[in-house]
Design a protein around this ligand. Structure first.
Ligand SMILES: NC(=O)c1ccc[n+]([C@@H]2O[C@H](COP(=O)([O-])OP(=O)(O)OC[C@H]3O[C@@H](n4cnc5c(N)ncnc54)[C@H](O)[C@@H]3O)[C@@H](O)[C@H]2O)c1
Length: 436
């Protein structure tokens, strides 16, 4: 058998196809060598356990790094890997020689590791958000240009079944030309509150939820509209969490207000949380069950954003984080009709459908989405893994792949919104923040 035929018949062929379309590195015809920095929840599960379980034929995790030495060891056990562990990033890269580095640290530190990984010769896969401020964004763009390395941003929210269907309906011009979009994000007193318990409640860590959380939504909007955001105007306030309560503690376990607080939450009930967080507190003092009413909280819990796109579309986005139910209501308003994507439930209230209503015509509920996959976020994480590690779907007709430009633009809407809020509602031009 000649070499070409051998490669075509081996499982490595699939891997080679995936890497050549996703990664610029030398990885081909062998397993992808992947290192992970940031071995908390997302790093240890989605990029650790799930990859070992479903993609060990094409990926080898060669190194794990975290600034918390105990957490990196706990993650190694949870993942079930022989990968070496490190607290020193440069040393990990030198000793394990990965093709690619997956960045799953706290958002505000992504840029540092993305840039360093490329400088040391690696491709990068970054969790959203790519970066949390305009300086980081420019530094990443400059480093990418200098090194020529490949950055993939792992936007799993593009991979929901209904989200993909909506994209194909827009490509087919089901509602003619889109004129405006209404996008409402509802976070409840469980999921929404959790951001205020954790590192996310400080701008320095998350860039606010306009960057941490809404970068998913702004990326979806950019992708659905296939256009570039031009300017952003926003309002935001902290009205419910943080200083907005008569009592507070440091964290739930030690709190004197346990009995009366509606947000009391016992982190020790979850074995994984105990292993990853409470048993690692001695290293960095990080409390996973911090008080949602911490007075140092400086992010917003109530947000409204208006975005103007290059193609003239207007996007109206809101996010509220203390609601009795959870979900999204997204509508596209076009010259020939409207598409509504509603997905919310809780508090005895449920609406979960994708609907097409034609102007002067009928309204129909769309039900054909293809099979639902196993895995995190309703199978979206599995679809993302297939795209990244197996290069599937090969042709990518829905443009599911997201590169550094997509990552930058999603972050930049959130960054611009934050700047607009800080400057009393001033309109911010994306081009004034960075040179793309
Ligand atoms: N796409 C999604 O659906 C999704 C879901 C959850 C989280 N995320 C992203 O994944 C990332 C991690 O989130 P998480 O929920 O796992 O948080 P986490 O707190 O569980 O994990 C963060 C890890 O980063 C480590 N870390 C922090 N600063 C570091 C530094 N300077 N150097 C090295 N390690 C450092 C922490 O010790 C911790 O282990 C975030 O960027 C978040 O936005 C994405």
């Amino acid at each position: 058998m000649d070499r070409r035929k051998f490669i075509a018949s081996s499982s490595a062929a699939l891997a080679a196809t995936a890497y050549s379309s996703n990664l610029s590195s030398a990885a081909s015809q062998r397993k992808l060598r992947m290192a992970i920095v940031g071995t908390g929840s997302r790093g240890s599960f989605t990029w650790g356990q799930e990859v070992v379980k479903g993609y060990s034929d094409v990926v080898e995790i060669v190194g794990l790094c975290d600034h918390n030495g105990k957490r990196v060891e706990a993650a190694k056990k949870l993942i079930g890997t022989n990968a070496s562990t490190f607290t020193d990033f440069d040393r990990m890269i030198r000793e394990t020689k990965p093709d690619t580095v997956t960045v799953t640290t706290v958002d505000g530190t992504h840029a540092k590791y993305i840039i360093r990984a490329m400088e040391l010769g690696c491709d990068v896969m970054s969790e959203k958000p790519l970066c949390t401020d305009e300086q980081q964004c420019q530094a990443i763009l400059d480093a990418q240009k200098k090194t020529g390395k490949k950055i993939t941003v792992t936007f799993n929210a593009r991979h929901g079944l209904k989200d993909k269907k909506l994209k194909s309906m827009l490509l087919e011009k089901a509602i003619g030309e889109v004129i405006s979009v209404d996008f409402h994000e509802y976070l409840d007193t469980s999921h929404g509150a959790d951001y205020f318990r954790r590192w996310h409640r400080l701008k320095a860590n998350s860039g606010t939820l306009l960057v941490h959380k809404a970068s998913h939504h702004f990326d979806q909007a950019n992708w659905w509209l296939n256009s570039t955001p031009v300017s952003v105007t926003a309002f935001g306030e902290l009205k419910y969490y943080g200083r907005n309560n008569p009592f507070r503690g440091v964290n739930c376990r030690t709190c004197p207000h346990k009995q009366q607080c509606k947000f009391y939450w016992d982190v020790t009930k979850n074995e994984r949380h105990v292993k990853l967080y409470t048993e690692c507190e001695s290293e960095d003092g990080y409390l996973r069950d911090g008080c949602v009413f911490d007075e140092k909280t400086d992010i917003y819990d109530t947000m409204s954003v208006m975005v103007r796109y290059e193609n003239g579309v207007q996007l109206n986005y809101t996010a509220n984080t203390y609601l009795p139910y959870e979900g999204q209501a997204i509508s596209f308003n076009g010259t020939k009709g409207r598409i509504d994507l509603n997905g919310f439930s809780g508090g005895g209230f449920k609406n979960d459908e994708l609907r097409l209503t034609r102007s002067f015509g009928k309204s129909e509920v769309i039900t054909d989405f293809g099979p639902r996959r196993e895995g995190g976020h309703g199978g979206s994480d599995t679809s993302l893994h297939d795209l990244i590690f197996r290069g599937l779907p090969k042709e990518d007709p829905l443009s599911l792949r997201a590169d550094f430009r997509d990552g930058a633009l999603a972050s930049l809407i959130g960054i611009a919104a934050r700047r607009s809020i800080e400057r009393g509602g001033q309109t911010i031009k994306i081009n004034d923040l960075v040179k793309l």
